[in-house]
Design a protein. Structure first.
Lengths: 149, 169
């Protein structure tokens, strides 16, 4: 997967409102990209629920967290609404997995690896982490370790 | 700014909620009162000779009433009845709305106005949040999570593991 110190690649994801989210949206912000395998799957559910609880703490550090998957925007929106979380979702549906591949987190099974990438305001990857298995849920502590790295 | 980076499970503090024999094996439960598996674990541990510490780990979007229930338990604790409220909350997880919390407070003969004021207070919120943050820092990701013998056991705990905690093999 993409290593710290590497400039974030060019990419295009779809926001919930249909607008594009690109590399340019990373500039000037600290961004936490949470790549997760599937909307509505059990571990992804626990993961977004858990991370939603620390969004305020991330905001205090000037960081914004996004969920990224290959699900369609409609599915991501339904997932977010069903969970009742406020984490913005970014879709890598078409061309499927292109952004995941650019970040080196595309699973051969056709979905994102469970991975975390922190990009600094300079557009350079500050920290990255890939779970040993898509079934493993990285603790929120790791994100704060990454921000402090 | 609250520190949330990785850190070990903190040792028992004077205001931790602890019960069981002082010389028994210590088990720390990170749990919430709306979590059915936490209720099951609590019942399983009740039959065993363990020193149990309860720490709150409420996640709003998973269990919307977990925070109010945690605060109710803390408010009862300020009147010396934490564990009684703990047991009453786990005994009926289908009734965790405010009137149900007041009913439990009445059952425990708590000072109701004080209970209601305390459970909404900044101090009680901070107390619950302290437990949650210690869990986050230790890498807790789900409820229940048991910490025993320096090891975290996330999720449902199987019988063999429970037996191992108490040497009942």
């Amino acid at each position: 997967m993409i290593e710290p110190g590497t400039p974030a690649p060019e990419f295009t994801l779809a926001r919930g409102d249909g607008e594009k989210f690109t590399r340019a949206d990373l500039e000037g912000e600290t961004t936490v990209l949470v790549f997760y395998p599937f909307a509505f799957s059990p571990v992804c559910t626990d993961q977004l629920n858990l991370y939603d609880e620390v969004l305020g703490d991330l905001a205090e550090r000037g960081a914004t967290l996004y969920g990224v998957s290959c699900d369609a925007t409609w599915s991501q929106t339904a997932f977010r609404e069903q969970l009742g979380v406020s984490i913005e979702q970014l879709s890598d549906f078409e061309p499927k997995g292109e952004t995941c591949r650019a970040f080196g987190v595309y699973h051969p099974g056709g979905f994102p690896q469970r991975a975390l990438v922190i990009v600094g305001p300079d557009g350079v990857v500050k920290w990255s982490y890939e779970a040993a298995s898509p079934g493993d849920l990285p603790g929120a502590n790791l994100i704060f370790d990454g921000l402090a790295a | 700014m609250t520190e949330l980076g990785s850190a070990p499970v903190p040792p028992l503090a004077p205001d931790d909620h602890v019960r069981g024999p002082a010389d028994a094996e210590l088990v720390v439960e990170y749990a919430d009162f709306e979590c059915p598996y936490c209720a099951v674990l609590s019942a399983q541990l009740a039959d065993r000779s363990l020193r149990r510490a309860f720490r709150h780990f409420p996640v709003r979007s998973s269990h919307p009433r977990a925070w109010p229930a945690a605060c109710a338990a803390e408010a009862a604790g300020l009147q010396g009845r934490f564990w009684e409220m703990h047991d009453l909350l786990f005994a009926d997880q289908a009734r965790l709305e405010d009137p149900h919390l007041w009913q439990r407070a009445r059952e425990l003969y708590l000072d109701l106005p004080k209970f209601d004021s305390d459970r909404r207070s900044e101090a009680v919120l901070a107390r619950v949040r302290r437990d949650f943050e210690s869990g986050i820092r230790a890498g807790v990701v789900t409820t229940p999570t048991v910490w025993a013998g320096g090891v975290l056991y996330p999720g449902r705990v199987d019988q063999a593991t429970l037996d191992g905690l108490t040497g009942e093999r």
